[in-house]
Design a binder for this molecule. Structure first.
Ligand SMILES: [Mg+2]
Length: 125
């Protein structure tokens, strides 16, 4: 069992990802943008963060860069539809480049998410 933070500006994605992980018995928290995520992460105890990339207030790329400095132990899975704010820019390779351990392209299946989480917990401890 791991403590996981799910970060996405779209309420239905927070619900969907939470629902997908529920049966794996993890402890789940949600945040709606990078700023709220940092506030929660400062309280500590999180093992994994699953974050969207395109979000208002603080986007996922800025969030990942900040975490790599402030909380390098935290494992990160980035998820995105690949659509940028103004077009079709693909942020997922950038997320990987700046240190996300795993990436998921939306839409993904429950099995994809579940194995991404299990892989990260098995490989990076
Ligand atoms: Mg978004």
């Amino acid at each position: 069992m791991a403590k996981i933070l799910i970060v996405d500006d779209e309420p239905h994605m927070r619900l969907l990802v939470s629902a997908m992980l529920k049966s794996d018995k993890h402890e789940l928290c949600v945040a709606e943008n990078g700023q709220s995520a940092m506030d929660l992460l400062k309280d500590g105890g999180f093992d994994v963060m699953i974050t969207d990339l395109v979000m208002p207030t603080k986007n996922g790329i800025d969030l990942i860069m900040e975490i790599k400095q402030a909380l390098p132990q935290l494992k990160i899975i980035a998820m995105s539809g690949g659509g940028g704010i103004n077009g079709r820019f693909d942020y997922l390779p950038i997320a990987k480049l700046i240190g996300a351990e795993n990436i998921l392209r939306k839409p993904f299946k429950r099995e994809d998410l579940s194995s991404a989480v299990e892989d990260i917990l098995a490989t990076h401890n």
